[in-house]
Design a protein around this ligand. Structure first.
Ligand code: ATP
Ligand code: MG
Length: 242
């Protein structure tokens, strides 16, 4: 399990994350909600070792891993799927997956690749095709697959549904649930709060870097008006008719 306690992070004078605490359990989806600029990506990037915390702790299965660099965090079992997917368009699907597997030995590589291809059959079908030719939803599956190749215990997902049509969003979020059900703990930022709440177990809402709501997903669903007040109408797109 991942425990973030009283985390602060920023950019010079800008305090992007202010005293954030949350935990992510194996097999569970924790949803991180917040308006634009609330500090969601900074939180994920800080936990992933891509940005230095100012203070606070990140503890993974009892081990303090605060401030460790990204390649070490991957070895500890923490894998970030960044905003915008960042697949390498000219490389093949298989080459992209291989990039995620640099921690694995040969036997683990073959076994994990088979698991990823079973979870996302499209990646097996398009194995030798350029990643850039995949649709947005398929590229998101590739980004998930690339992260899964490092056999993570914890996955940090930054806006996986960004730019996707509603039906594709539903499929991607169903994939998130499947990954959680395999035992992985997931911390997910999702712009589409309504869709995210469907698959989440636990919800943390942040405003200007601070936690303004934390509770089980059922409580958040029942408290849509509370969330709307904190996040703005856009965060509950389904309710505002968008
Ligand atoms: N590289 C950077 N340099 C300076 N300030 C930054 C940088 N990245 C983010 N910020 C600032 O930090 C704050 C938090 O940004 P962050 O990207 O974490 O928010 P977010 O919740 O992910 O927003 P969004 O919903 O738009 O993705 C914002 O005020 C943002 O302008
Ligand atoms: Mg962001």
């Amino acid at each position: 399990m991942l425990e973030i306690t009283d985390l602060y992070a920023g950019y010079g004078q800008i305090e992007a994350v202010r005293g954030l605490s949350l935990s992510v359990d194996p097999g569970r989806v924790t949803l991180l909600l917040g308006a634009n600029g609330a500090g969601k990506s900074t939180t994920l990037r800080t936990v992933a070792g891509l940005h230095p915390p100012t203070s606070g702790t990140v503890v993974l299965n009892g081990v303090d891993v605060t401030g460790q660099p990204a390649h070490k965090m991957v070895r500890h079992g923490v894998s970030l799927v960044p905003e915008g997917r960042r697949v390498l368009a000219p490389m093949t699907v298989l080459e992209n997956l291989r990039l995620g597997a640099y921690t694995a030995d040969k036997a683990a590589y073959a076994r994990t690749l088979a698991e990823v291809n079973a979870m996302f059959p499209i990646l097996a079908d398009r194995s030798n095709g350029a990643a850039g030719l995949l649709s947005g939803g398929e590229q998101q599956m590739l980004a998930f697959g690339r992260a899964l190749m490092s056999q993570p215990k914890i996955m940090l997902l930054d806006e996986p549904s960004m730019g996707l049509a509603p039906a594709v969003t539903d499929r991607i979020l169903a994939n998130v649930r499947t990954m959680a059900n395999s035992g992985i703990g997931i911390l997910m930022v999702e712009q589409n709060a309504e869709a995210g709440l469907e698959v989440a177990d636990h919800v943390i809402a942040v405003a200007r870097g601070e936690v303004v709501f934390a509770g089980p997903a059922e409580a958040a669903r029942a408290n849509a008006s509370v969330l709307r007040a904190f996040l703005g109408e856009a965060a509950l797109a389904g309710e505002s008719g968008a």
